[in-house]
Write a protein that binds this ligand. Structure first.
Ligand code: AHM
Length: 344
């Protein structure tokens, strides 16, 4: 980090944004705090918020126009349907490509890295356009998860896979959008975590949760009980401890919804290594890393059971990782129970 960046970071720690500020104004205010930045990152955040509004509109109308189900079916008007997760993928890719500040995208929906053609751009985006998609047709909250990185290859050249194979600690921004009873956009650029709730009457995201901090110790435990028999002995022992502590169990099965609730109320989410899935289920580059960046900025912790998520070196763009994330004391407790286990 350069001296200028360190100075800016120091200043930013003291910055308190007012509740009610629009996302656009908030981004502009933060932009002024970085005299060395040229506004590209701000543009990317605006592009993401624009795509989120379009996707939210599609989600809200999906029950009526029939795009919840599988692609290839016909809706009530007899038109070809596009599955909602495909709609989301197209919308985010389009917004980020047209914004011209992103040279490459990796998406859960695409096998290979996408070269946007913006070879003069210096940023990379990793995203899960619609996470929790198995919940879509049950009207359960779902989300978008994103990470933004600086490219490694020279500006002006085509992006390479090495550009996207970066550890999470290199993120310049990370966050998510929750499509729930309200649409909420939460992100960090490494200067705290802020959440913006969408006011559909004026079409703006409004700062609703400033400088968020997760509880040191919560009482919510989120995991899929159906996997219990495949958990390690240490994980099972931790769950017995949770029962003795009288913690409460909450599991939506949509990562963004489970994560956001635990961020607000305090708790732990885990999708650990199991005997059947030693690498866990969730994707390192566009699920684990983004949320790990957010939780650390909120005072929490994220680990794969061995070490910090943000320090993991990726080998594959769709790589999976165990994820244990949330209130710091709770993550430490899990680690105490599983520290001598070998799962990878
Ligand atoms: P998806 O690809 O079906 O969206 O899977 C991702 C989701 C996460 O949102 C959630 O945390 C997890 O899968 C739930 O998995 P499970 O149904 O195995 O408990």
């Amino acid at each position: 980090m350069t001296t200028t960046e360190k100075e800016a970071k120091g200043d930013m720690k003291n910055l308190v944004a007012s509740i009610g500020t629009t996302l656009d104004r908030f981004i502009s205010q933060r932009q002024q705090e970085f005299p060395y930045a040229k506004g590209e990152l701000s543009q990317i955040l605006r592009d993401i918020s624009l795509a989120a509004k379009v996707v939210n509109k599609a989600i809200m109308g999906s029950g009526l126009i029939g795009i919840e189900g599988p692609a290839g079916e016909r809706n009530v008007q007899g038109e070809d349907q596009q599955k909602l997760d495909i709609v989301a993928n197209v919308r985010f890719i389009r917004a980020l490509t047209r914004g011209e500040e992103v040279c490459a995208i990796i998406s859960e929906e695409d096998e290979e890295m996408i070269d946007t053609g913006n070879h003069d751009a210096k940023y990379i985006v990793a995203m899960y356009p619609l996470d929790g998609s198995s919940n879509i047709d049950a009207n359960i909250p779902i989300g978008t998860i994103f990470s933004i990185y600086r490219r490694k290859s020279p500006i002006g050249t085509p992006p390479t896979v090495e550009d996207v194979m970066q550890k999470g600690a290199n993120q310049v921004a990370g966050g998510y959008i929750l499509y729930g009873s309200s649409m909420i956009l939460t992100y960090t650029t490494g200067f705290g975590v802020n959440s913006f709730t969408y006011d559909h009457t004026i079409g703006e995201f409004i700062l609703s949760h400033a400088n968020m901090k997760v509880k040191e110790l919560g009482n919510i435990v989120s995991y899929n009980e159906g996997n219990y028999n495949d958990f390690s002995e240490g994980t099972k022992a931790y769950l017995t401890y949770c029962r003795n502590q009288k913690y409460t169990a909450r599991y939506v099965g949509s990562l963004v919804a489970d994560f956001h609730r635990n961020l607000l109320k305090g708790g732990i989410f885990f999708y650990p290594a199991t005997s059947k899935a030693p690498n866990g289920k969730l994707r390192l580059l566009y699920e684990c890393n983004s949320l790990a960046f957010v939780i650390e900025q909120a005072g929490g912790k994220a680990t794969n059971g061995k070490g910090r998520i943000l320090e993991l070196e990726p080998h594959n763009i769709h790589q999976r990782s165990p994820l244990i994330i949330g209130s710091p004391t709770m993550v430490d407790d899990v680690m105490d129970f599983i520290k001598n286990e070998h799962f990878q």
